[in-house]
Write a protein that binds this ligand. Structure first.
Ligand code: NAD
Ligand code: UDP
Length: 325
């Protein structure tokens, strides 16, 4: 039984990079926010400014275990997202996507909550179609080292749409393309946080392969704006997923050069082996998102990098140990 009249949102993975920004955004919008996390890659530090907020609650829980929390909205962001972290325990990664999403969908079905699933551009694998539209079915190696994440997220999407068809659960699936910004962990291992932490601590920037592979980088505030629009929109708009990201496309080498220039770093570039199944090109087609929600990514890469560099510099001053993990 609920007596509080504020709308309530359950954010799984809320102590992580994107999740912590979502907690902040929904508190700003006067929601009661329940943040659920097992702290595998997330941190209380990401939430230290919210912990005393009267409408904020933090719950330690693993989404693989069933749970009973009533809320009007469930935002499912619990899952390691960096290749280094999702490959650490690949069987657990698959279970988080499949069993975790199933637990949360069952909860949404019981409570009537709107369910927002954080899916990924990885469902397109190493794409033969460019840019990637939502209708593209992808090219994923089902037995490689990225499969635990890619196939796990594909299975989670399939569960979402089966709940929609079978039980009329209000599901909304977002395919997120590479997102970066403040609060991405120093040891996250993804390219933007690696390059910035390397550049500002004077270590060489590690390019995997020859750096000609491309990615599209979205600043976290743009992503959160899009997620908020999707969460609050009419349920009839969600019979299929939406791409969300920024459609600028850069090679990894260009990114390294920008980070070195913008941080005025003297770091060199060091070339390392390309990981297995590393996608060659990636760029979202954002037409559906723009048309349905009048949404557009507003932060160009250089501006987002400047913001991020300044955030990591402050972290280096206040918490240097984080740079040596
Ligand atoms: P992150 O690693 O910073 O956050 C993930 C959070 O989930 C962490 O707080 C972690 O502790 C928590 N978590 C992991 N396993 C859990 C479990 N079993 N139970 C409860 N909590 C658990 O990563 P992120 O970049 O913030 O990604 C958040 C979500 O967005 C993920 O689902 C990811 O797949 C998706 N996504 C992110 C990106 C991106 O570029 N950042 C791109 C595509 C999709
Ligand atoms: N990458 C790199 N150096 C790093 C980390 C990543 O060159 O220190 C490359 C990686 O091989 C990939 C791209 O940058 O081609 C983006 O990698 P990330 O892990 O950020 O995301 P994803 O591969 O999931 O898009």
């Amino acid at each position: 039984m609920r007596t509080n009249s504020l709308p309530r949102v359950l954010i799984t993975g809320g102590a992580g990079f994107i999740g912590s920004h979502l907690c902040e955004r929904f508190l700003e919008r006067n929601f009661e926010v329940i943040c659920l996390d097992n702290f595998f890659t997330g941190s209380r530090l990401n939430l230290s400014h919210l912990k005393d907020h009267p409408h904020f609650e933090l719950v330690r829980h693993d989404v693989v275990e069933p749970l009973a929390i009533e809320s009007e909205y469930i935002l499912n962001f619990a899952c390691p997202a960096s290749p280094v972290h999702y490959q650490y325990d690949p069987v657990m990664t698959m279970r988080i996507s499949v069993e975790g999403t199933l637990n949360l969908l069952n909860l949404a079905r019981r409570t009537g909550a709107t369910f927002v699933q954080a899916s990924t551009s990885e469902v397109y694998g190493d794409p033969e179609e460019h840019p990637q539209k939502e209708s593209y079915r992808g090219c994923v190696n089902p037995t490689g080292t990225r499969a635990c994440y890619d196939e796990g997220k594909r299975a989670a999407e399939s569960l979402c749409f089966d709940f929609r068809r079978s039980y009329q659960t209000d599901v909304r699936v977002i395919r997120i393309f590479n997102t970066y910004g403040p609060r991405m962990a120093c040891n996250d291992g993804r390219v933007v946080s690696n390059f910035i932490t390397q550049a500002i601590s004077g270590r060489p920037l590690t390019i995997y392969g020859d750096g000609s592979q491309t990615r599209s980088f979205c600043y976290v505030q743009d992503l959160v704006d899009g997620i908020e629009r999707i969460t609050m929109a009419d349920k009839n708009l969600f019979s299929s997923p939406y791409n969300l990201g920024n459609d600028g496309e850069f090679t990894v080498r260009e990114l390294a050069e920008k980070v070195i220039r913008l941080s005025e770093s003297a770091s060199a570039i060091e070339y390392k082996d390309l990981p297995q199944d590393d996608p060659v090109r990636r760029r979202p087609d954002l037409s559906r998102m723009r048309q349905a929600f009048d949404w557009n990514p507003a932060v160009p890469l250089e501006k987002g990098l400047i913001e991020s560099i300044s955030w990591y510099r402050k972290l280096l001053e206040t918490n240097p140990a984080l740079f040596h993990q």
